[in-house]
Design a protein around this ligand. Structure first.
Ligand code: AMP
Length: 283
């Protein structure tokens, strides 16, 4: 069946109403479009676990700061539609910003603490924008389950916290990171990298892998692991570290000695492109 495409909240709601009347379960995959295999893995999982799957394809303006890449964010809607159709999604919701945010839009969802570290430090308004749009998408879609990549580990943790704190009736499913053959995490933003930068970008996964080797070898001192990962990234002349952090997963609390599941996360500028990557480790 061809995937249905709509730009309006009303149309999503009327389809959802019909599906729910028949007792169908609904999976939601929120995306900003320019879909790749990482998004594809979320869609596949959603298709395998739900009767109907909605993919939202919306570059959410309120999660970008004025200095960020909202106006240059890559787009290829025809390719997105083809992938959704191939993977068996039922509906693409691709609204205009004006459909999501009326001129006098005045309500935001603010999650504190867990949004303050990692990406929240350099992007202080980002998670407010994410939580607001994700809340809207949860309400619009009426989904039973929503699928998020561990690629954006802080986002996954923040959404889980929001759902718990505000009693959203939805199950959040975290999905593993899909990588290129050389380890670089797939990302729509990889398209910004020129050939030299693309090669330099492999340093993120190399550094994370060394962090994992240290953990596998029994190292438990957070400071030692962070320092080693940072050193490897800094050995790449085109890379500039935004952060390297090792935190408790998924509360994102600081810890000095590793005991239990942890998140080793990095944000690195390669030229002007900011890339993030991470591993979750538990013994
Ligand atoms: P985005 O379009 O970048 O906002 O991403 C939409 C969803 O896809 C988010 O839940 C991301 O974490 C997830 N995602 C993006 N890249 C990957 C990847 N390489 N592997 C797994 N999930 C991903």
């Amino acid at each position: 069946m061809a995937v249905i495409v709509t730009k309006t909240v009303d149309e999503v709601r009327s389809l959802v109403k019909e599906w729910k009347r028949k007792g169908d379960t609904i999976g939601l995959v929120p995306t900003m479009g320019y879909l790749h295999e990482g998004h594809g893995s979320l869609i596949k999982r959603a298709v395998s676990e739900n009767d109907k799957v909605i993919v939202s394809d919306f570059v959410n303006p309120i999660q970008f700061a004025p200095s960020e890449d909202l106006s240059t964010y890559p787009k290829d809607f025809d390719a997105d539609r083809a992938l959704c159709e191939e993977l068996g999604a039922d509906l693409i919701f691709a609204p205009e910003p004006s459909e999501m945010y009326k001129e006098d839009f005045s309500t935001h969802v603010d999650v504190s603490q867990i949004t303050e570290g990692l990406c929240g430090k350099s992007r202080p308004t980002h998670f407010r924008g994410v939580c607001t749009v994700v809340s809207k998408l949860f309400h619009i879609s009426g989904a039973n389950r929503a699928y998020f990549g561990q690629k954006d580990a802080q986002q996954l943790a923040v959404v889980r916290r929001m759902v718990r704190d505000l009693n959203f009736d939805i199950q959040i499913i975290g999905c593993p990171i899909i990588r290129e053959d050389d380890g670089l995490a797939k990302s729509s933003r990889n398209t910004y990298l020129d050939d030299k930068e693309r090669k330099a970008a492999t340093v993120l996964y190399r550094a994370l892998s060394e962090g994992k080797n240290l953990l596998d070898g029994g190292e438990r001192d957070t400071g030692v692991i962070v320092e080693k990962v940072q050193e490897i990234i800094e050995s790449e002349p085109m890379a500039k570290v935004d952060y390297v952090e090792l935190l408790r997963w998924d509360s994102l609390e600081n810890l000095s000695l590793v005991d239990g599941p942890v998140l080793l996360a990095v944000a690195v500028y390669i030229g002007r492109t900011r890339l993030i990557d991470n591993i979750v480790y538990s013994d």
